[in-house]
Write a protein that binds this ligand. Sequence first.
Ligand code: FRU
Length: 493
Amino acid sequence: MISETLAKARAYEQAKDTGIPKASRPGFHLSPRCGWMNDPNGFSEYQGQYHLFYQYHPYTNQWGPMHWGHAVSRDLLHWEHLPAALAPDAPFDNFGCFSGSAITLQDGRQLLMYTGVRREEKADGSCEDFQTQCIAIGDGSNYDKPDCNPVIDVKDIPADFSRYDFRDPKIFREPDGSYACVVGNRTNDGSGAVLLYRSEDGVSWRFGGILERCNNEYGKMWECPDFFPLDGKAVLIVSPQEMHADGLEFHNGNCTLCLIGSYDRAGSRFLRDSAQAVDYGLDFYAPQTLLSADGRRIMIGWMQNWDVYLCPPDAQWYGQMSIPRELSIRDGRLIQMPVRELEAVRSGKVVHENVLLTGEMSLEGVSGRMVDMTVTVTPEDTAPYQMFCMKVAADSRHDTAISYCPATSTLRLSRVRSGINKDVVHERECCVRNRGGEIKLRVILDRYSVEVFVNDGEQVLSAVIYTPQTAGDVRFESCGKACLRVEKYDIVL
Ligand code: FRU
């Protein structure tokens, strides 16, 4: 039996299906079936398909009482929308089914673990919200919320840790088969922390330990933690709120932070070696990973930023996911590359080699808005170029510019001219490895986004753009002589 609230959401989204033309959405980045989308949830493989749920408010293009939208895919690029999976319809989640994760139980059923937000109205008319961790169990389409909810309650939070900011459980299996989950939290001094809980069956949970806390070093509340082994290390990814910029490494506001270290399983503690940003662009938050059947750690993020709401007023959908990225560690740093499945949907290869660039030029066959393009730039002679710039989604009035300055080894992404009508942050810069003036950029364009993978995944910069689709030119510019190699494919789904 599904609740009235869920039935209403399902009927609403089904009625919207025909009204949103495919060409008005991203081609291979998941967007909501209708309405608003934020964080990826329950990113998992189940019964031979990838499942991706998401924070969802079907009724408007703004955040509202959170449901879980649901989509499936076999290649992480072609997504099929399924009916909404969860709605805020129980006493323990009456104000929203916030972010969470999914896992397959030993008996083959799919377990969703999420934050139920319970709003209590007080006698004086004011409200108080409580965040607790809840479960729903199902068959890949329909999910029941058992009576034992919430499974991690306010009483399971240690003293000195927030009872109000306690959310986004990410569940995983320990090598001995038991279950564990990490939950985002903040200590009473306001700073970010991650709590770890343990369970034998995924249903009954106990406090395990304080996995990590930042003592105000990396922002305030840590949202959406994910914790996993990678290339012999333990990786903890969190999305801190109220972050302060630190040079070009972190930016203000909602950020994504990757901590690399080791895991003291017996002590339920993470031992941190290093910290870095996950994405250096404008739009990336709340990522979540899965381990694929073929052993890849794949991450997807919400390609949006809480502080920048760029929704066209009449938009039928708002919010999209990043391209899924394969993760690895090289020289102690997180490396991210687009999933290899992208290669199977590429066609119309165009290659230009040894192009001498001085001033501005465009190249035969290099254009489009659904594109996978790798550009390698090298200095042409003994006098290195001072600046290289490529402009994508361009016409006479618009472009999104990616520029590299070898002297400082900084890369800048700017959507100032992308057709935006708001005066908010539209540019970001990051330091990249100095390779004597050489740089390799893999640029993935979908209709409403630009993602730049630098030097085989050492940095990534993501941004959404709302440039008219007719702006499909690509232009190259340099100050000084540079040599270009361009390999470009159209993405055809
Ligand atoms: C992160 C977040 C989560 C929360 C969800 C609510 O973007 O704030 O912490 O669960 O969004 O939609």
